[in-house]
Design a protein. Structure first.
Lengths: 461, 416
């Protein structure tokens, strides 16, 4: 029985073509994988006969056989030849018969090699080495099969402008930005030692890990332990697992923040009176601790027009009513000028408690932060839900952003009547306090006129 | 603060986003000097949480003006803060990429100043990578809802994938936990991206050389288990997004207890099995012809936890079986428990040449233990006798209830 020693797919292909052409059935051929064998491959020309008959196989077979040829399994050449024989002897559709034993094995080997190539693309870790000619990126990787030639073109496409080398125990490949050069295998000891970037990479690896989810089996299935020695980040895994439990406990313990918003204080029946009474006992944020009292909205509850400010000031905090201080006076004048009777409107604030810092004997107004606004917002939403205003005026940036979104810019969008979630005619305008703070007289007058105009417009229809 | 410290903070802050895919981009950008995208994504590493590390997933900054309760970066949290410069992100991406650690960059950010400013900064990173470094690797940018359409348009030129997070499955959930985010606004941002993608495709079809726009499409993520919303509602939202917005992928992220979380959120471990079941159901809707109305069969409108959703459907619809593997249509075969798309396609191929027997199915690697109860083969299949048994569910349920800690790799791939 002729013994065929082939090492590469091309060698097998030449030999197999010859054997088929001369009609040698699969059971009459023996294959050996080593070229060091005493028997050398029969040179194709030696058995070439003049009467070679042409045959063809599906291109899919050649394509897949080329991959299967890289499998470690010693029986691969025999399997490939047997399939080739059957394909050319009455079983042209053999490849489609996934239930056939030869094809099952063929598919399984194909999958194993493809997966190995995929893992090589994933797990190769280059280390940068600076040599005379410049930067070199070198990796040592241990694939399961002889796949360097299958995988190398991928790395050339991906890193065309780098000089890189991939070493494996059986083969190596180098890219000089023009050609791939294949060489012999190299032991792991030849690989470069390390790379400063590996520290950063490990930092990333640890930080992106979520200790609240542990799925070790899933990790090992996709990242087999045999590849770990060449992947620097895997050195940290034992430590990460050890600390995971503790980190989760810590995470759970450091739960903080406000356990409530105003919604937790809502009464059973949402009438205006009930809501106002409930708000007086609100502790949804810490502002209630220092403020005198809750300053809820006041005015006509069938008003149709609702004005929303930012938060109560010093006077409001003491008197318990919104807009009774200097800003309130300015607002009153503006309403009058816009021909709106203050007793026919409803006035309220986004935040219902006064926020301040003490400076000597004075209490200085402080802007509420996002936390306080979102804790308090349900009161405002409840008011709007109950009142169903036909016109809604938002005084100042805080009110405008609270209801129209954080991207609202009062300087650009002031005076435009827009449709909001709560009211078809919503307008944002200057806050009276902002007008009072404006040092420039001309500008102050202009802003006052804007305010009056906006009020009149939204009211006027 | 040095880059390493920033990286620790900003990778930690980004890790709650489940999406890691680097797939879907066809063909590397022309003129690339470093990097490629060839369609299939690559997972370069895996962390012990079972998730793949494919992209450098970081935030540009975790400072944020918003106060979303489920988010570790909300303004009221006292988590440590950091901010990368644009150049730092560019350089980290390139250096990691050159060592083959990653497929590319997934960049998101807390909102600083305003939506437009934040979006500009994100886009600038991508633009620099593409224009100054001819980077051809994968870039996924998180788009900031409310940013101007022109900014989104530019982001799409540089990125492979854009995503807007729907965050929570229903409007009501959002209202409760992220009052400043509004579903209509989020959906509007998605439609904006979808329109641009459609426009690009139409232009290309007509033969115009339109510049690439987010060739890997858009995706989104929602957090599950932070509110009592049912799986049925979650899957309906997903369907709405797949059909209405043409999303490539909806990610489900089991709510993890986050440090500095609001006490109103549940403090238990993340519902990993539930997340796993949702991915399976999602997969069945996209590739197996199931719809969100039929896939949840339990009375409480949640997916079964002890068995996979396809098996649950089969048990609830036994009149549909047995399916004859030698005659049934592809659609029917896809509904058989234990058979995946690949097995079904192989069956369709093989049966042109031979009658399939039980032995053949085993060779095709179907999960025979489950499949045998539901199929008719060319020989006698004794497994069929069990189809009407009342204790079938107990019989077919996986023996190990260890599932909670190890819901298998399909949690990430979703493959049933």
């Amino acid at each position: 029985m002729p013994l065929h020693a082939v090492e590469t797919f091309e060698e097998w292909r030449v030999a197999a073509r010859e054997l088929i052409a001369t009609g040698v059935p699969a059971e009459d051929v023996s294959w050996t994988a080593s070229s060091q064998s005493l028997f050398s491959a029969q040179s194709p020309s030696s058995t070439q006969t003049s009467g070679t008959k042409n045959f063809s196989v599906p291109p899919e077979f050649i394509e897949r056989a080329r991959v299967v040829a890289c499998h470690q399994d010693q029986g691969r050449w025999e399997l490939l030849y047997r399939i080739l024989w059957r394909l050319t002897h009455g079983e042209r559709h053999l490849l489609k018969d996934s239930a056939d034993d030869d094809i099952t094995r063929f598919q399984r080997m194909h999958k194993a090699v493809t997966r190995d190539v995929h893992k090589m693309k994933a797990f190769v870790r280059f280390r940068k080495v600076v040599v005379d000619e410049g930067e070199q990126f070198i990796a040592w990787h241990r694939p399961d099969h002889r796949i360097v030639r299958l995988a190398a073109p991928f790395f050339a496409r991906r890193f065309p402008t780098m000089n890189w080398t991939i070493l494996t125990p059986e083969e190596s490949v180098t890219w000089d930005q023009q050609d791939l050069k294949f060489g012999p295998g190299v032991p792991a000891s030849e690989a470069p030692e390390g790379d400063v970037l590996e520290d950063l990479w490990k930092t990333y690896y640890v930080s992106t890990f979520n200790p609240a989810r542990i799925k070790i089996k899933a990790m090992k299935k996709e990242m087999p332990v045999r590849h770990w020695p060449t992947m620097p980040e895997t050195a940290l895994i034992p430590e990460m697992l050890e600390q995971a439990g503790q980190r989760v406990t810590q995470m759970m313990n450091s739960r903080e923040g406000f356990d409530t918003t105003a919604a937790s204080f809502f009464p059973d029946e949402m009438t205006w009176e009930n809501v106002a009474a409930a708000a007086s006992a609100c502790r949804a944020c810490h502002l209630h601790e220092h403020a005198t009292q809750t300053v809820f909205g006041t005015g006509a509850t069938n008003a149709g027009i609702v004005l929303v400010g930012e938060q109560p000031g010093d006077r409001e905090d003491i008197e318990g009513e919104p807009f009774v201080g200097p800003a309130g006076q300015l607002l009153d004048e503006a309403l009058e000028n816009a021909k709106i009777d203050r007793t026919t409107v409803y006035i309220t604030n986004v935040v219902k408690h006064f926020k301040f810092t003490e400076k000597g004997k004075r209490r200085l107004h402080q802007k509420p932060n996002a936390r306080e606004i979102s804790a308090c917002r349900p009161w405002l939403e409840a008011e709007l839900e109950i009142l169903k205003p036909s016109a809604l005026v938002l005084l100042g940036a805080t009110a405008a952003q609270a209801l129209l979104g954080r991207d609202f810019r009062i300087t650009r969008q002031r005076g435009q009547i827009v449709k909001s979630e709560w009211c078809d005619r919503t307008v944002a305008t200057w806050h009276p306090a902002a007008i009072l703070r404006m040092p420039d007289e001309v500008r102050r007058r202009q802003m006052t006129e804007d305010l009056i105009l906006d009020l009149a417009t939204v009211h006027g229809r | 603060m040095d880059v390493r410290e920033k990286l620790a903070i900003l990778a930690d802050a980004a890790k709650y986003d489940a999406s890691c895919a680097s797939s879907g981009s066809k063909g590397t950008r022309q003129g690339s000097k470093l990097g490629s995208t060839e369609g299939m994504g690559i997972c370069h590493s895996y962390t012990p949480d079972g998730r793949c590390v494919s992209l450098l997933k970081i935030l540009l900054t975790n400072y944020c003006i918003y106060d979303c309760q489920y988010c570790v970066n909300r303004i009221s949290s006292d988590t440590p803060r950091a901010r990368f410069s644009v150049d730092e992100v560019v350089s980290l991406t390139l250096e990691f990429y050159r060592r083959n650690y990653i497929e590319g960059l997934f960049l998101s950010s807390g909102i600083i100043q305003n939506s437009n400013y934040t979006m500009e900064q994100l886009t600038l990173v991508a633009k620099k990578l593409r224009e100054e470094h001819q980077f051809g690797g994968y870039i996924h940018l998180k788009t900031i809802p409310n940013a101007d359409p022109e900014l989104i348009q530019e982001a799409g030129l540089w990125a492979d994938r854009l995503s807007v997070n729907i965050e929570l499955p229903t409007e009501n959930d959002l209202h409760q936990l992220a009052p400043e985010k509004k579903k209509p606004e989020i959906v509007q941002s998605m439609s904006g991206i979808r329109e641009k993608i459609d426009e690009f495709k139409a232009d290309r079809k007509e033969g115009f050389k339109a510049p690439r726009f987010a060739p890997a499409g858009q995706s989104t993520q929602m957090i599950v288990g932070a509110t009592p919303t049912s799986d049925q509602e979650i899957l309906e939202t997903a369907t709405e997004l797949y059909t209405g917005q043409n999303l490539r992928r909806v990610y489900y992220s089991a709510y993890s207890p986050i440090p500095h979380a609001d006490a109103r959120l549940p403090a238990q471990s993340p519902p990993l099995v539930r997340e796993h079941r949702l991915y399976q159901a999602d997969w069945l809707m996209r590739f197996y012809g199931f719809s969100s109305e039929e896939i949840v069969t339990e009375d409480d409108r949640n997916l079964a936890l002890d068995i996979d959703p396809k098996l649950a459907w089969a048990l609830a619809n036994r009149h549909f079986f047995p399916v004859d593997v030698n005659r049934a249509s592809r659609e029917e075969l896809l509904r058989v428990p234990g058979m995946g798309v690949r097995s079904v396609d192989r069956i369709l191929q093989v049966r042109r040449y031979r009658q399939l027997r039980s032995e053949d199915l085993k060779k095709l690697r179907v999960a025979w233990k489950r499949t045998r109860v539901f199929v008719q083969t060319a020989d006698r299949n004794p497994g069929l006798l069990n189809l009407e048994k009342l204790n079938l569910r107990q019989q077919l349920r996986p023996q190990k209830q260890l599932l909670l800690f190890d819901a298998a790799a399909s949690a990430t791939t979703g493959e049933v």
